[in-house]
Design a protein around this ligand. Structure first.
Ligand code: C2E
Ligand code: MG
Ligand code: MG
Ligand code: MG
Length: 291
């Protein structure tokens, strides 16, 4: 399967090359150097506890400061990284960097946690476990303070080996979120098999509430489903007051989106965490949102 995937990636790659030979080949060469030359950096977007307004978690999002093209978003270079396999060193760097960041937040807010996105190809690799273990241990971060975000499609194509790996990660204490939930072609039966701890409702649904009754029903259903499966749930892409009020009315307990904060630098995120950390920890623990 890995070989076939590699072949189709190669085909996609050469197809693209024919379209724009120079820039594409150049970009790949540039990307190959990006990690070593420290051109990548992380931004962190707050994840808000909607009951208290507290921020104790953030999602790490990678950016590439290209020497000539300026700062590139993941959409610009991650597809290329996936096709060339360069996603692996990038993801590894992200995991290490995010763990180090969370460890510094914990100096101020002991319950702080961080989420990182994991590429499908990375999930297929047995060494993901070693990478994650080294990163948390190296940073002095408890494994339960790290969430791996996986897309539905990455999980669906997952073999038994992938499911095994997810179980091992859970046994270590690592949390598993299903990202962009609702956008994959999954049957609900896979939710029974995947040892997830969290669902992130895709922002395409959140963007259309409260007006669009179908989107509203979808957010409602996913939130209820999460409750029944004892999973945390995060509404992604909350931009407006009305969307915020809608997700709160639905009973979704966590939110993420421009309404609460854009992805931001490490230092700025730390001030958000400190400002919003509630003085009373008891009620927060009961809501089951933190770890
Ligand atoms: P994602 O994991 O679903 O991350 C959320 C994306 O939505 C981020 O885009 C974020 O900036 C954006 N977003 C957050 N709130 C709002 C909002 O209110 N409105 C709108 N319109 N957008 C919002 P970003 O940073 O461009 O990342 C895009 C995708 O790239 C991510 O989607 C994730 O799948 C992938 N990605 C990002 N960083 C990494 C990484 O380090 N490794 C891997 N493998 N994938 C990554
Ligand atoms: Mg994500
Ligand atoms: Mg998402
Ligand atoms: Mg997304």
């Amino acid at each position: 399967a890995a070989k076939a995937a590699g072949k189709s990636a190669y085909r996609r790659c050469t197809q693209g090359l024919r379209e724009s030979a120079v820039s594409r080949a150049e970009l790949i060469a540039d990307l190959r150097r990006a990690v070593d030359e420290k051109q990548l950096h992380l931004e962190f977007q707050p994840i808000v506890d909607l009951a208290t307004g507290a921020v104790r978690s953030a999602e790490a999002l990678v950016r590439w400061r290209h020497p000539r093209l300026g700062v590139l978003s993941p959409a610009r270079f991650l597809p290329l990284a996936e096709e060339t396999g360069l996603i692996l060193p990038i993801d590894r760097w992200v995991i290490h960097e995010a763990c180090r960041a969370a460890a510094t937040w914990q100096d101020h807010v002991p319950s702080a946690t961080v989420a990182v996105n994991i590429a499908a190809s990375h999930l297929r690799r047995p060494d993901l476990i070693a990478t994650v273990t080294e990163a948390t241990a190296g940073a002095g971060l408890a494994p339960r303070a790290l969430t791996l975000e996986l897309t539905e499609s990455a999980l669906i194509e997952g073999s038994d080996a992938v499911l095994d790996r997810l179980r091992q990660l859970r046994e270590l204490g690592i949390r598993i979120a299903i990202d962009d939930f609702g956008t994959g072609y999954s049957s609900l039966s896979y939710l029974h098999r995947i040892p997830a701890t969290e669902l992130k409702i895709d922002r395409s649904f959140v963007a259309r509430i409260p007006e669009d009754t179908r989107a509203y029903a979808t957010v409602e259903m996913v939130t209820r489903l999460a409750g029944a499966f004892d999973l945390s749930v995060v509404a992604e892409g909350v931009e407006t007051k009305r969307q915020h009020e809608a997700v709160v009315a639905i009973g979704c307990l966590q939110g993420q989106g421009y309404r609460y904060g854009r992805p931001t630098g490490l230092a700025e995120l730390r001030t958000v965490l400190v400002k919003a950390d509630p003085p009373e920890v008891s009620g927060v623990a009961e809501s089951g949102l933190t770890l």
